[in-house]
Each structure stands twice: as C-alpha cells, then as structure tokens.
Design a binder for this molecule. Structure first.
Ligand code: PLP
Length: 392
C-alpha cells in the first residue's frame, strides 16, 4: 500500500505496515538481544548481507524498525534511525559526516548540553565549531570555511524560540559542500518538515513530543537512504541503540502526535496571549505571536507553532523563581513534549551549564521562565498562573 500521498494521521497509524508477526494487530515488543540462525549458512549470509534478517538488537530489531518506518514516513525521508537519546542522535548525525580537521557551524541558541556536546566533546576529536545566530544569514555566510562540513541548528530554538530559515541556511551549506542538520524537536514533523525545506538530516529528541508521554529517553534522525546508512552504521559502532521497549512506547506515542500537537498548539496560543497581556510579564518569546521576530519565517516554514515557549518576569530572577513556587497542576520539571504542562527556569535548570556570555548571546535572560503547554483545558492553567502571579 503506497502511503506517501496519504494524510499525516493515516501515515502515523499505518506506515509501520500491516503484516505483523503472528497476525498481531499491534506491533509486539521484540524484547530479545539476539536472533537465532536457521543454519550456519543462514548466519553467514545475514552477516555478509546476502540475506536480509535480524542478527542482534544493537544492529536491528523489528519493533525499532516499525517505529523508524512511521517516523521516516511522517518526515518525508527515505529512512529513519532511532537512538537511545536526543544527544546521541545529534552526536551521530554530526560525527557521521565530520572528522578530525573539519569545522561545524552551530546555532548558538541550543539546548544547553548540545552546546557542550559540539563545543567540548567533539572538540576532543579535533572538530572545530563556531556558534552563531543562524537566523542571521550574513553570520552564517561569514562563518563558512573551506573545511565546514555540517551546519547544525535548532528551530524553534530552546528556550527562546528563535526561528531559523531552514531553506536559506541549507542552501548556504550546500553551496559550500556542507550538509544542513536540523533539530526540530520543538516543532515535530506535524508542524515542520526540514527535509522538504532542503535540509539533509532532520532529527528530534523523541523523549519529547514523538513519544509524548514522558516515559522514555530517545532520539531519531531521518535522511536519504545513503546518509541514513552511514548514521545507522555509526549507531551500530557506538552502541547508542534504542531499546525495543522504548521503541514500542515511542511507536505508541507517535500514533497520536498529530492530534496532540494540534490541540496543544491551540492551547499554547491562548496561554501565550494571556501572558503577553499580563503586567508581571515583560516579554513573551513565542513565534506564534505576530509581534515575535520569528513569526514571518515561522509562517513560511511551519504549519503550526508548537506549544513550548518562554516569557520574562518583569520582577527579574527572583520573581521567576518565586512564580514556580505557585505550581500545582503544572509540574515543575525540565523536559517538554508531554501530554501535560511542565514549567521550569532555564537559567538555573536546563541551561545552568551554559557560560554567562553564551547565555547572553543566546538571548537567554535570568528572568526567563519556560512553559510547555499540555492538553489540560487552558483556562485551568491560566487560573493557576494568575494565582501564582499574585504571590510574586
Ligand atoms: N534537542 C532539544 C531541542 C532538546 O530540548 C533536548 C532536551 O531537552 C535535546 C535535544 C536532548 O535530548 P535528550 O534529553 O533526549 O538527550
């Protein structure tokens, strides 16, 4: 059944394929490390690639592959490769295409640990990096060197929702022989398709929206067949495979990604407008509001805005921390992408490890609060925020 022309929800529900072992309707969890061979010849043929089949779960597993088929269909790519975490998939997607002596350009507004991964860990392998504002195309142009192999960016970026023009940056990368890698965790394939916009690898921390229920840690990259093959080999060699159980939970989650994102996006717009009009909030960072600097590019390249964004408390750092004391329905926790609302303080939590000068460069303020809006009725979240504001 050719599904590529079907709608998002149809693909989310059916791209894994109907023919499952033992006529199971739901894809079973292949909770096994290894797979037996029918004969010594069979084993040898699987290893040499003469026959297709399963050998060992670090190399491949039917539950993991069913989940990868769904994500690659939603992304409009040839193949997806699932990983044990978002950081593992970023590492693999860059290191598969850069080596000692190469240069990587990275957005400067990123999830804090991604900055360490690129700036410190990859530097130990002799890979140079330059962190810039990738929404500034002139800065991207200026930073490209003859040895630039990868341009990596997060859009919308965590936590300021800075928006980068994926098509324009991918074109600049390609013109200089580099590839464009997009971390689209905040958008998901429901709202943004980096491969269609010209990027070479689209990746996500699946810990977030793709799983959606906050019960796994994972990552996934989608690319053309030849690039996916290189990334898959990197995964096999480094061992950062996702477990069959986590792949099962992600597959279950991704089936409802479309409707979750649509509803959470609608709720987020209501809450962002409320925050934007509150006297104790000095700024809202949400590309879904027409006065946001990212609105224009977001309208061009996204079909929805997502539901994770930030706002500054007019009362400064202490006010931001005090607001979080009023949390009851919302959960005071890092992460995002869950069905319920999470709230946190980036400067002392997710981005605490980012050096102050980079925080400033990122536009991350000490008074910033990040909210991930869930599926609760927005009026209940607004009531709780209103009460918490009163106490600040
Ligand atoms: N990318 C983004 C945008 C994130 O927000 C995160 C984590 O919050 C990651 C990557 C890292 O993902 P993980 O925690 O699954 O390794």
């Amino acid at each position: 059944m050719a599904l590529s022309s079907k709608g998002f929800m149809t693909r989310a529900l059916h791209a894994e394929g109907h023919h499952k072992p033992f006529n199971a309707h739901n894809m079973p969890i292949f909770q096994t490390s290894t797979f037996y061979f029918d004969s010594p010849e069979h084993g040898a043929d699987l290893f040499s690639g003469k026959q297709q089949g399963h050998i060992y779960t670090r190399i491949g597993n039917p539950t993991v592959e069913a989940y990868e088929r769904v994500v690659s269909s939603l992304e409009g790519g040839d193949e997806a490769v699932a990983f044990s975490s978002g950081l593992a998939v970023i590492y693999a997607s860059i290191m598969s295409f850069a080596e000692q002596g190469d240069h990587v350009i990275s957005g400067d507004t990123l999830y804090g640990p991604s900055i360490h991964l690129i700036g410190d860990v990859m530097a130990r392998s002799g890979i140079e990096s330059t962190f810039i504002d990738t929404s500034d195309l002139e800065a991207v142009k200026r930073s490209i060197r003859p040895n630039t192999k990868v341009v990596f960016l997060e859009t919308p970026a965590n936590p300021t929702c800075r928006i980068t023009d994926i098509r324009a940056v991918s074109e600049l990368a390609h013109a200089n022989g580099a590839i464009g890698v997009v971390d689209g965790t905040f958008a998901t394939p429901r709202f943004q398709l980096p491969l269609e916009l010209g990027a070479d690898i689209s990746l996500h921390s699946t810990t977030k929206f793709i799983n959606g229920h906050g019960d796994i840690v994972g990552g996934i990259a989608t690319a053309s067949e030849d690039r996916a093959k290189v990334i898959r080999k990197f995964r096999t060699d480094t061992g950062a495979c996702v477990s069959p159980m986590d792949a099962f939970l992600s597959l279950r989650g991704v089936r409802t990604l479309g409707i979750r994102m649509e509803r959470q996006n609608a709720n987020a717009l209501v809450i962002a407008k409320f925050l934007g009009s509150h006297p104790k909030v000095s700024r809202v960072y949400y590309h879904g509001l027409p006065n946001d600097p990212g609105y224009g590019v977001a309208m061009k390249q996204m079909s929805g805005f997502g539901c994770t964004f930030s706002f500054d408390m007019a009362g400064g750092y202490d006010a931001a921390k005090d607001l979080l004391k009023g949390v009851e329905i919302m959960t005071l926790a890092v992460s995002l992408g869950t069905v319920d609302t999470l709230i946190q303080h980036p400067a002392s939590m997710t981005h605490a490890s980012v050096p102050p000068e980079i925080m400033k460069q990122q536009g991350l303020t000490p008074e910033m609060v990040r909210i991930h809006v869930g599926l609760e009725e927005p009026e209940d979240i607004i009531a709780e925020l209103s009460k918490a504001f009163e106490a600040v």
